[in-house]
Design a protein around this ligand. Structure first.
Ligand code: TXA
Ligand code: MG
Length: 330
């Protein structure tokens, strides 16, 4: 059931659901989360079950304050503190050493925990109300079935989990792709997942160079968002340079069928056959991130079999979008 985040009675209903060990569809500025009390083991088990996600894949724990973060993390290195003060609340998750007694199930048994303070006002309102009841953190993976496209509207969440799930409607997610994740447990900051906050913004804020996971001797834990194939719509996704999709469309000619194209430039009129559904890719990376998952869901809803996506520019600000597109195409 979708309830309105603008209605205080409904917000209270959302808080009550979390406090009584139920699941909640929670709006954040990145994507919607499937939320539960991070320290309630049976509630957390419901998340893994509903998503069909392996229970050793750690979930992100959402907190309303630094004080709450400290309930979960044993220590916050200096560079992590700088990142928190610069980017929280906001789309940045920090992996920190975990207090053994806190959120073990949510952390998928890792000795670390992923923490994020979201900036969506309704998420913060819910988290603060939970904190007031000594529920210090809310575990929330993206509210989609395992391996599928992340949701950026309440309707997307309802499509994934049906009407039985309580979903707080906070409108369209502003960012549109999941948070950047920085592992802070290895003495140096390691970028596990790129997001809207870019590599150079992170490096500037903490004064250290980001290390890539491949450069480490021991591997980071296996985690859904970092699997090669993820964020996959039903249609088959291909990433193509502009010259390549143009040539391929010319070759298909009038035989184009069940094909969708997301590209910076509109195909010429001769190439726009009836079997081609086109949507414009925004020229700004932030706007493209905002649109991305909605576009993939739109293509699926139209039942297209093949999805061609123009390879985005190879610049730092496109890194988050490029990362999701490569996984969607894998
Ligand atoms: O923007 C977001 O981060 C969204 C919203 C709802 O906050 N959440 C999200 O959660 O994307 P999820 O579960 O889809 O992605 C969680 C990812 C894992 O796949 C993993 O990469 C990383 O966070 N993660 C969480 N805890 C970790 C840990 N202890 N060690 C390493 N990676 C961890
Ligand atoms: Mg996810």
């Amino acid at each position: 059931m979708i309830i309105s985040g603008n209605n205080p009675v409904h917000v209270q209903q959302a808080v009550d659901a979390l406090c009584t060990g139920e699941l909640l569809g929670l709006p954040t500025e990145t994507v919607y989360g499937l939320a539960a009390d991070a320290c309630n083991e049976s509630a957390v088990a419901k998340i893994f079950k509903a998503k069909g996600r392996p229970s050793n894949h750690p979930l992100i724990v959402h907190v309303a304050s630094l004080e709450a973060a400290q309930k979960f993390a044993t220590e916050v290195p200096d560079f992590a503190q700088k990142l928190m003060s610069q980017f929280w609340p906001g789309p940045l998750t920090l992996i920190l050493p975990r207090r053994t007694e806190m959120a073990a199930a949510a952390a998928g048994g890792q000795s670390s925990v992923g923490l994020r303070c979201p900036s969506h006002p309704m998420a913060l309102e819910v988290l603060k109300a939970c904190e007031a009841k000594s529920i210090w953190g809310v575990a929330a993976p993206s509210a989609n079935l395992f391996g599928r496209v992340s949701p950026t509207t309440a309707a997307h969440v309802q499509f994934e989990f049906g009407d039985a799930l309580l979903i707080l409607d906070g409108g369209e997610c502003e960012v549109g792709i999941e948070s950047s994740i920085v592992d802070c447990t290895r003495g140096v900051p390691v970028l596990l997942r790129p997001g809207q906050i870019s590599r150079n913004q992170i490096e500037q804020a903490c004064g250290l160079k980001l290390v890539n996971p491949e450069e480490l001797s021991s591997q980071a834990p296996r985690a859904s968002g970092t699997l090669a194939s993820h964020y996959a719509p039903t249609g088959k996704v291909r990433l193509m340079r502009k010259a390549d999709w143009q040539k391929a469309l010319e070759a298909l000619g009038p035989h184009t069928q069940n094909l969708a194209l997301w590209s910076l430039e509109k195909p010429s009129q001769e190439l726009m056959g009836a079997g081609l559904y086109w949507r414009a890719m925004p020229a700004q990376a932030a706007q493209a991130a905002h649109d991305l998952f909605g576009v993939l869901r739109d293509f699926d809803a139209r039942g297209v079999l093949n999805i061609w996506i123009e390879t985005p520019p190879d610049t730092l600000e496109w890194e988050g979008v490029s990362d999701r597109l490569k996984r969607a195409a894998a």
